[in-house]
Design a protein around this ligand. Structure first.
Ligand SMILES: *Cc1c(COP(=O)(O)O)cnc(C)c1O
Length: 452
């Protein structure tokens, strides 16, 4: 019997000591965010009520590498470096000559990639004397990560959880409370933004963001933290791709042919893909970079690239991004973390530059892929990365036809052990594909502001 290597593990001293800022290597800078009132580019001072200056400077930085503070590296070492797996048994089940690798972020305290940015965000806030952080959470992963990180730095953490997710995932709330956070169902009665909707509304990330921003803006000692979309969030997540590059090398690969990730706001995808895009721009490898989004929330594949608000109430700066409209309320699909109306401005820009591509997949295909993955690799994926797995399997089956031995790498950005209701629904034959009609899409896009 030949001995196969299933996982590639780095030692702690091989962990990246810098975050990678892709802006430094892009042929054109991304369009700036605009002030919601004046429509002029926002400056660092405009963002100061919501974020500490260290994070604002990262948000606008053009430096290629930004050092990871020692204290943050020390906390990362609780679960990093994360393993890279070769999916031998899945390959065998598919009968594919492709080599499938997955970078597993489910080993973190929250069970996803979110702590990679929660920890530095709370670190910089605590350093600036902030006492309390407010935030939204979709699937509950980000609320969990921020509550965990806040507990390490003695910062209070208040979370608005999207109604649909609050109702469907009671154990997520318990987990956030276990880490010391407070959770409200959004839309709540605590904010004007929440009171604009009926109390039993299923909610959206856009509404929950408005609520958290409204509360943070009112208090001097309180700031807001966002779990995706912004440049500094994608920056922090690049530890995923930096480690993955070293691990593929350990596995004896010259590079990847295809890099796949699911996109909600774009942070786990950007975190894995950006270091690969750097290698591609430098001519050292030439992978295809593919984002996968849910068919019911297709911001890259069916949204428009234009300035829109990041939240429903219109409190945030206008960001140039692929958007379905800030009023868009996606269907109650199980991948709660992918139910966001916009895409990170940086991902949108990279997409416009032609450095990556995007596809959308319906949820039943994703769960069929997840079941096959669980039964061969032994990990129950979170509903979000099932999209990336389904896309990886499509490609692996295409390789079976063509005989190509492609190297496919995907981000398995979280486990699904708190998402078993979704599996119950799939296994019980109750899961449906919702699709999204052009009429619904046009109605939501009608609310996007028109700039002079
Ligand atoms: C939050 C989350 C997502 C979506 O956010 P991105 O910023 O697009 O990564 C995807 N998967 C998991 C497991 C999440 O927790």
């Amino acid at each position: 019997m030949t001995i196969k290597t299933h996982k590639y593990l780095l030692s702690e001293d091989q962990m990246p000591t810098n975050w990678y800022n892709i802006v430094a290597d892009l042929p054109e800078p991304p369009p700036p965010p605009l002030h919601p009132g004046t429509h002029e580019p926002v400056g660092p001072d405009d963002l100061a009520p919501l974020f500490p200056m260290d994070l604002i400077l990262q948000e606008v930085s053009t430096e290629r590498y930004i050092p990871i503070p020692d204290e943050v590296q020390d906390i990362y070492r609780l679960w990093r470096p994360s393993p890279l797996y070769r999916a031998h048994r899945l390959e065998q089940a598919l009968g594919t000559p492709a080599r499938i690798y997955y970078k597993y972020e489910g080993v973190s305290p929250a069970g996803s990639h979110k702590p990679n940015t929660a920890v530095p965000q709370v670190y910089y806030n605590a350093k600036a004397g902030v006492k309390k952080l407010t935030t939204e959470t979709g699937a509950g992963q980000w609320g969990t990560a921020l509550a965990f990180a806040s507990s390490l730095f003695g910062v209070e953490c208040e979370v608005w959880q999207v109604g649909a997710s609050y109702d469907a995932k009671p154990y997520r709330r318990t987990l956030i409370e276990t880490f010391g956070g407070t959770v409200h169902r959004s839309p709540s009665r605590l904010t004007a933004a929440g009171r604009a909707f009926p109390e039993d509304h299923s909610g959206s990330l856009g509404i929950a963001i408005s609520e958290a921003v409204e509360v943070a803006a009112q208090r001097e000692d309180t700031k807001y933290a966002l779990g995706s979309v912004l440049n500094h969030v994608l920056l922090h997540q690049t530890v995923i791709g930096e480690e993955a590059l070293l691990q593929l090398e350990m596995a004896g690969e010259k590079g990847a042919d295809l890099v796949i990730g699911c996109t909600g706001g774009g942070s786990n995808f950007g975190g894995l893909a950006f270091p690969f895009i750097r290698e591609k721009l430098a001519g050292r490898q030439s992978p295809v970079i593919r984002a996968v989004e849910p068919a019911s929330c297709p911001s890259l594949t069916r949204g428009e690239y234009r300035y829109d608000f990041g939240d429903t109430a219109g409190f945030t700066p206008l960001m140039k991004m692929h958007t379905l409209g800030h009023d868009f309320v996606p269907d109650r699909i199980h991948a709660g973390g992918l139910r966001y109306h916009g895409m990170a401005p940086l991902i949108s820009h990279v997409y416009e530059l032609g450095l990556m591509e995007a596809i959308a997949i319906e949820q039943t295909e994703c769960f069929a892929a997840a079941i096959q993955f669980a039964r061969t690799e032994g990990i129950v994926p979170a509903p979000e990365p099932t999209h990336a797995l389904a896309a990886a399997m499509r490609e692996a089956l295409a390789c079976k036809e063509s005989g190509e031995e492609k190297v496919i790498i995907t981000a398995l950005c979280g486990h699904g052990l708190l998402d078993l209701a979704a599996y119950e629904s799939y296994l019980g034959g109750q899961m449906v594909d919702s699709g999204l009609s052009d009429a619904e899409l046009q109605a939501a896009l009608a609310g996007v502001p028109t700039l002079a």
